[in-house]
Ligand binder design. Sequence first.
Ligand SMILES: Cc1cc2nc3c(=O)[nH]c(=O)nc-3n(C[C@H](O)[C@H](O)[C@H](O)COP(=O)(O)O)c2cc1C
Length: 190
Amino acid sequence: MKVLGISGSPRRNGNTDTLLSEMLRGAADKGAETKTIRLNSMKFVTCQHCDGCLKEGNCIIKDEMQEIYPEFEQADVIILATPIQFMGMTAPMKAMIDRFQARWARKYVLKIPPLGEVKPRKGFLIAVGGTKYKNIFDSPLVIVKTFFLLMDIEYAGDILLKEIDEKGAINDHPEALKQAYEEGQKLLEA
Ligand SMILES: Cc1cc2nc3c(=O)[nH]c(=O)nc-3n(C[C@H](O)[C@H](O)[C@H](O)COP(=O)(O)O)c2cc1C
């Protein structure tokens, strides 16, 4: 089983990265092959709505997004992990999702599977916010659930944590780290 973790945080080894790596550690301990992509280290542009994907279902922009598509195709589990910024996911995470317009085109225009080989894929969301505002996860939840649905990825759950703000603050929440580790293990069990 291949588990792909994608971090949308600009802070390397911040709260999001720490939770993601705990979850991947749980999955690895159950035998999964894991991989992490930090979007902040990758160079790709936003979807240009050029419609260049409508012919063959491939994004024609030749940047580092081209390395991310095959990772999705090969993965059995995809974990999207993002801090909350201005009530939403981070810009790189949203930009990555928007670049899957090419795969939307595969499914809804060309009537072919969006992610190549048809196999069961599971998706999971990790989101961390610094405040206790009520609605901080509404936007990422709608976007990620829709994204997974359109890509034929089953929404398998989430970890949504409020009031985790300073870098490293997550380490004061061992129960959250334990939850992440266990969720990583559970993903491999079902
Ligand atoms: C530009 C920016 C915007 C933010 N907006 C929000 C917000 O709308 N709601 C919230 O709860 N936290 C907000 N935060 C706080 C982060 O979500 C919080 O610090 C989080 O723990 C960062 O995770 P990280 O260490 O993985 O980067 C914001 C932080 C930044 C830098």
